[in-house]
Design a binder for this molecule. Sequence first.
Ligand SMILES: NC(=O)c1ccc[n+]([C@@H]2O[C@H](COP(=O)([O-])OP(=O)(O)OC[C@H]3O[C@@H](n4cnc5c(N)ncnc54)[C@H](OP(=O)(O)O)[C@@H]3O)[C@@H](O)[C@H]2O)c1
Length: 279
Amino acid sequence: MLDKARIGVLGAGNMGEALLGGIIKACIVEAHQITASRRSEVALAYLRDTWGIHTTTDNCELVKANDIILLAVKPQVMGDVLACVAPCFRPGQVVISIAAGITTAFIESFTGNEIPVIRVMPNMPALVGQAVSPYCLGTHGSAAQALVASQIFSAVGVTVQVEEDMMDAITALSGTGPAYLFYLLEGLIEAGKAMGLPDHLCRALVRQTAYGAAKLVVETPRTPRQLRAQVTSPQGTTHAAMEHLDHEQFLERLQGAVLKARDRARELGRAASTRNDPH
Ligand SMILES: NC(=O)c1ccc[n+]([C@@H]2O[C@H](COP(=O)([O-])OP(=O)(O)OC[C@H]3O[C@@H](n4cnc5c(N)ncnc54)[C@H](OP(=O)(O)O)[C@@H]3O)[C@@H](O)[C@H]2O)c1
C-alpha cells in the first residue's frame, strides 16, 4: 500500500530522523519518496547527505507534495505550524502526529473533514528499531489508515492500536518510559562510584546488567515482580536493598513521576487548544 506513497516529515528533529531512518532501512519506501522539513538549513543538508531524502524549509511545499504528512514538531509549536499549512492539505492525504498531548480533534480542526488523522506515541528506542508505538485514529480514520500507521511504525519497533483517551497516560508510561530507566541506570552508576569502583567499570557493569535484565523481561514469560522475587533470597543482599526502597516509598514516588508526565501531556494539549482557539 505504501509502495508509491510520498512521505513528508514536518519537523525532522530527533524523532523525525529516527522515524525516517527506520522507514528507509526497513525499505517501507525508498529515500527519494521522503521529504523532510525544519528551519535549519544546516540540519537539512545533514539529513540530505545522510539519508538521500529531499528537504525543504517550506512546510506548505512539503504538505502539498506528499501523501502522508508526519507531524514531528514539538507540541508547543504545533498550533502555529498547522495554522500556516492548513490551506495546503487536500483530500486523499493522511496526517500522522507524534506530538505529546496534541489530540486528533485539534489537528482535525485545521485539516478539515476529509483527511484522516492518526495520533502515535513512539519512543526513543526507535533509534535502534525497538520502539513501542501505540496509535489511535481520529474521527475520519479507517482500518486502511490504521494499516498505514502500523506499517510505518513497524519500521522502528512494535505497534499497538489503542483508544485516544489512553494516549496521555501512554505518553507518560512508554513515551517517557526510557527516561525513567536511564535515570535508574544513572543512579546505579553513581552508587557504584560512591562505593569506590572505577567509572568505566561501573558503566560496563550497569550497561550489561540493564541489557541482560531487559532481555529476561522480554524473553521469559515471568513478570518483573516474579523475576525480582526470583533474585531476592530472604535476608540476602537484594532483600536488604528492596526493603530500603520500600521504606523510602520508591514505587509511590515513581508513580507520582508518571502522573506528573501524564498531567503535563494534558496541559500541552490544553495549551495548544487555548492558544489556537479561533473564538
Ligand atoms: N523525543 C522523544 O522521545 C519523543 C517520543 C515520542 C514523541 N515525541 C514527540 O515528537 C515530537 C518531536 O520531538 P523531538 O524530541 O524529535 O524534538 P526535536 O528534536 O526538537 O524536533 C523537533 C523539530 O522541529 C523543528 N521545527 C521547529 N519549528 C519548526 C517549524 N516551524 N517548521 C518546521 N520544523 C520546525 C525543529 O528544527 P528547526 O529548529 O531546525 O526548525 C526540530 O528539529 C514532539 O512533539 C514530541 O512530543 C518525542
